[in-house]
Design a protein around this ligand. Structure first.
Ligand code: 5RP
Length: 291
């Protein structure tokens, strides 16, 4: 039998206080369901609206990449400083401690190695397995202008249809073949196509006039780090991307191939979350490195 409410305190219904309906903090994401928003809020910090994702999924097509020969040794010490971990299910299950608090963005496409046409990808993980691993988003590569353009777009749209059933965001990654020019016109085209077709977040490369890419994309854009640069240049790229409206970075080699990876990821966080200039963040990096 239900117990009587015996508290002496008067009930309060706040009749004059309308229930608030707060807008969701991420661009273009207000109409999603609660689960999708909650997953996105585990990737993007609701205070800064941004993310520092640590990418170490490179082995899925290029094997033991420099800096990732032993992910347990080189990446695990960086994990506490990342908002999200971008990796494959193989590395997640075999190496990453399940008690970590980071969100996981799972590499969900693959197939060809560096020995073949990289654009010939298929979906490599199903949504149920991603849910089993408590993943916060699934990442699929799209090769706009590549030999298998339609196939990779189809990989993404089929994955989005499946992911939408469970409130799982899809991160669309624009892969740029060596034959294509990385400029704002091409990147803007690729990014917009992925967003139009339903990707909740887009990852792409930073290019001059990046603000035009971000402005014409209706959902958050994060940048990949790309090839290893001197630390100051990498921090400048992150700064310029954030200034152009990027919602964060998904950086791999410029962190784990740095001379001082922990110092570097901490410096990247200063730029992304605390609006620090690249020059100050570089000083911060050097102080940490030399301490
Ligand atoms: C490869 C990817 C990688 O995750 C990403 O590009 C790696 O990051 P970085 O370029 O910073 O090393 O999506 O297609």
């Amino acid at each position: 039998m239900a117990e009587h409410d015996i508290s002496d305190k008067e009930k309060q219904y706040f009749f004059n206080t309308p229930q608030q309906s707060l807008p969701f903090f991420l661009k273009g994401s207000n109409s999603y369901d609660w689960g999708m928003k909650n997953r996105l809020a585990r990737i993007f910090n609701p205070d800064s609206g941004k993310t520092v994702m640590l990418a170490f999924d490179h082995g899925y097509f290029q094997g033991p990449t420099t800096g990732l020969e032993r992910v347990d040794v080189t990446i695990n010490p960086l994990v506490p400083y990342a908002d999200a971990l971008m990796c494959t299910r193989g590395i997640l299950r075999s190496v990453i401690d399940p008690s970590v608090q980071n969100s996981v963005v799972m590499r969900a496409s693959g197939g060809p190695s560096i020995l073949k046409d990289l654009s010939n990808e298929q979906i490599a993980v199903n949504v149920e397995d991603a849910l089993r691993m408590n993943v916060s988003a699934m990442a699929v590569q799209v090769f706009v202008g590549g030999a298998c353009e339609t196939q990779t777009i189809n990989n993404m749209t089929r994955l989005i249809d499946k992911c939408n059933r469970y409130g799982m965001p899809v991160l669309g990654v624009t892969a740029v073949g060596t034959e294509l020019t990385r400029d704002a016109r091409y990147i803007g085209l690729a990014v917009r196509i992925l967003a139009e077709l339903g990707a909740a977040v887009i990852k792409t490369y930073f290019v001059p006039e990046f603000e035009t890419v971000v402005a014409s994309c209706p959902v958050p854009v994060v940048i990949a780090g790309g090839k290893k640069l001197p630390e100051l240049d990498a921090l400048r790229m992150a700064r310029n991307a954030i200034d152009a409206g990027a919602a964060g970075v998904d950086m791999g080699r410029n962190i784990f191939q740095s001379d001082a990876p922990i110092s570097m990821i901490k410096a990247v966080r200063k730029v992304v979350h605390e609006n620090m200039s690249a020059e100050h963040a570089f000083e911060f990096y050097q102080e940490l490195k030399n301490s």
